[in-house]
Ligand binder design. Structure first.
Ligand code: ACM
Length: 524
């Protein structure tokens, strides 16, 4: 009996050891190792006799640095019955590499697994030896997102493309782009040129910085770039709060002034405000063909006091019989959600919008206030689709190590890479994270403290790798030993790519990148 246990333990141990050397993040649902190997000629162009997967294979070949003078056949079959969207099987046997996938996203996911295997495989200079494997894999969640705030600080196309490359490497498939906020308007709208000319001036640390923004051509370029990487892009036009930059450009839409939050809101009492918003949404629609627009809805309370002195809002409240300002806020969000819906797009909102009673069928809620679990419960019981992006542990502007000084904390708590890795099982109950209405997870990088690329990368890496597992891997399959081992190999990839990352295994390797010194007591 004892012998059996010992043999079983040894077998488990050796399979974990082998799995470790695959260095796959996110780790697939099921991996069977074969005794055979598959040799890929270095630089060979991997092709399929099926021309329908050119985009996916072109991306794989470009990442592999394939030259095209040698060719190697990849067998690809798409069969929607093998599993849910994004699922795939990848076999590397002695004679061939074959992919069977549920859809194009599944083919893409399989090629990324292949890419990661190739990166960590042994090579003799002429051939790369891939381990023989049978992999059966599927995503835990449909929505595996990352949000970048470019209002507080603007990073530009090259940095965004680099982040999209890494998102693709981690099978993350939704890029939420926070393009408007108090500190800057970052997307060209031709009908309202002052939005960028005036609203694009300044950022969180320098209110006079030259206007920075994306032209519509830039946006198209980024969206197409993301598409080649199986990433959908959702723009956020934040309203009716966080609208200061827009109001700086067009003061006629401002909801008014209140100490500390001048012109923070739009004016829900004026018809021209809704016309302006509808015009902007109409221009955003063709730029973002993936079919979703995020309309914000967060933290309106910070500037809503201005509405007390606003004659238009007062008249609106009298006309509609509203007894408090939150009803005017809900009225605004409802009208805007209705406009987005009429454009044929899905509406996304932060969780405050649950109180606005928006139509359930066409709205997706981002739950971010971990201190308000009732907002999540209410969103789910109302029947909204929900994305989990609570501050703890999904805000990447929070510090990730007890010694770090710059970045946020919440009651002294912060977000280590392992907190991200173990989300959502470490924070929520099974009935919540297995609820069919929970469509995914998302990390958000707010950039009040982020001026330089080094700091941006320092906050994102390696937590983006942990985010990949949060969105992909079921809780029972998570294994710190396996993940840490793979992550060490990935830190080498970051280093080779010139990424300034935080090394949790050797925290002094790169020191904390501090762009904005925190004010005393201002961390929460
Ligand atoms: C948020 O952090 N205001 C969504």
């Amino acid at each position: 009996m004892k012998r059996h246990i010992l043999i079983f333990a040894l077998t488990m141990f050796s399979s974990v050891l082998n799995a470790q050397s695959l260095n796959l993040i996110p780790y697939p649902q099921k991996v069977t190792e074969l005794s055979s190997t598959f040799q890929v000629k270095k630089g060979a162009w991997l092709y399929s006799s099926n021309a329908g997967y050119k985009r996916e294979l072109n991306y794989l070949n470009s990442e592999l640095g394939s030259k095209g003078n040698n060719k190697q056949l990849l067998k690809i079959i798409v069969d929607p019955f093998i599993g849910k969207p994004g699922s795939y099987q990848l076999n590397t046997t002695a004679k061939k590499i074959s992919i069977t996938a549920a859809d194009k996203a599944g083919v893409f996911n399989a090629t990324i697994t292949l890419l990661q295997l190739y990166r960590s495989a042994k090579s003799n200079g002429t051939y790369v030896t891939l381990p023989g494997l049978r992999i059966t894999d599927e995503p835990r969640y449909e929505w595996r997102g990352f949000m970048l705030d470019e209002s507080r600080h603007f990073f530009g196309k090259q940095t965004v493309k680099n982040l999209l490359n890494w998102m693709a490497f981690y099978k993350l498939n939704r890029f939420h782009w926070h393009l408007t906020d108090a500190q800057g308007w970052r997307v060209e709208i031709k009908k309202y040129p002052l939005l960028t000319k005036v609203g694009g001036i300044g950022n969180f640390t320098d209110s006079t910085a030259t206007a920075q923004y994306y032209t519509q051509q830039d946006i198209k370029e980024i969206v197409a770039y993301a598409k080649r990487r199986n990433i959908e892009v959702v723009p956020e036009f934040d309203m009716p709060g966080h609208a200061t930059a827009a109001n700086k450009a067009y003061p006629q839409y401002s909801g008014g002034k209140v100490t500390g939050f001048d012109d923070f809101t739009f004016n829900p009492g004026k018809e021209i405000t809704f016309q302006f918003v509808a015009d902007v949404l109409k221009e955003l629609k063709p730029l973002f063909p993936d079919g979703r627009i995020h309309i914000g809805g967060d933290e309106v309370f910070m500037g809503i006091k201005a509405w007390d002195n606003n004659q238009d809002v007062k008249a609106l409240m009298t006309e509609k019989g509203f007894t408090d300002k939150q009803q005017a806020e809900a009225y605004f969000l409802k009208r805007v959600a209705d406009t987005v819906t009429k454009l044929g797009y899905k509406v996304m909102c932060w969780d405050e919008a649950v109180a606005a009673n928006l139509p359930v069928n066409n709205v997706i809620i981002n739950w971010w206030r971990q201190n308000k679990p009732e907002a999540l419960t209410q969103a789910l019981s109302s029947g909204y689709q929900v994305i989990l992006s609570p501050r703890l542990p999904m805000y990447f502007d929070f510090v990730q190590d007890s010694t770090h000084v710059s970045g946020r904390k919440w009651d002294g708590r912060y977000n280590t890479y392992l907190d991200v890795y173990h989300f959502p099982e470490n924070s929520l109950t099974k009935d919540v994270y297995e609820n069919k209405k929970v469509i995914g997870v998302q990390a958000n990088l707010w950039t009040e403290t982020v001026v330089t690329k080094n700091r941006l990368y320092y906050l994102v890496f390696p937590r983006m790798a942990a985010l990949a597992e949060s969105g992909w891997t079921i809780g029972d399959s998570k294994n710190d030993v396996l993940f840490n081992s793979s992550l060490k190999a990935h830190l080498d990839y970051y280093k080779a790519a010139g990424i300034y990352y935080y090394n949790p295994f050797n925290p002094t390797e790169n020191i904390e990148a501090v762009d904005v010194k925190p004010k005393a007591g201002a961390q929460d």
